[in-house]
Design a protein. Structure first.
Length: 201
């Protein structure tokens, strides 16, 4: 299977940026749009064959018009949404800490073993993201495409960076994924295993 380059763009600042948004569909602020556009301007020499986005508004609101401007195929992928935080959706970490300090500490320190109440387990989040990327690689290969812009979320990017650097998944929440920033990965499959490498530009 050929190697695919993915440029992962995290959405910019949002209206509920002080909370755990998860699947909450909050909108980008003007600052958030500007953050994303600045990253795209910095990488204006890239020739993306396809633009892929999470369907959540904070990603798709920027990605869909960008694809139209660049006359680029556009795909929304449900499985590239953020991790679902269950009962913590829409809450600040401060309010969670005040109500459930031990639960929050467990999740922060050992997310492979602990999840938000009624939230998505890390192993399930990892499975859906990696399965989505395997399907994307297959689709792009069929279309003879090798370079995609993927507009997605901090959790998705942190997961993939963690895997690319072969770090323990319990370190996922310490990984960097600044708002509106772009990270480049190379992906391929070998014996149905996804191979991920981070590219430094």
């Amino acid at each position: 299977m050929p190697t695919i380059q993915l440029d992962l763009l995290r959405h910019g600042a949002t209206e509920q940026g002080h909370t755990l948004r998860g699947h909450i569909d909050d909108a980008l602020t003007a600052e958030g749009l500007a953050q994303m556009q600045a990253s795209i301007d910095t990488h204006s020499n890239q020739n993306w064959h396809v633009i892929v986005s999470s369907p959540l508004l904070r990603c798709a609101y920027f990605a869909a018009p960008l694809a139209q401007r660049l006359a680029c195929p556009y795909i929304e992928v449900e499985a590239l949404k953020e991790m679902y935080f269950g009962e913590w959706e829409g809450k600040t970490t401060q309010s969670i800490y005040e109500q459930s300090p031990e639960e929050l500490a467990n999740f922060w320190q050992c997310p492979t073993q602990y999840s938000a109440p009624q939230g998505e387990r890390l192993i399930d989040f990892q499975t859906r993201v990696l399965n989505a990327l395997k399907k994307l690689i297959e689709l792009m290969s069929m279309q003879h495409q090798s370079h995609a812009l993927v507009v997605t979320h901090g959790g998705v990017i942190k997961l993939l960076r963690c895997l690319a650097q072969q770090r323990p998944l319990d370190e996922l929440l310490t990984m960097q994924a600044p708002l509106g920033e772009l990270v480049t990965l190379q992906l391929s499959t070998q014996d149905d295993q996804l191979m991920i490498q981070e590219m430094y530009q």
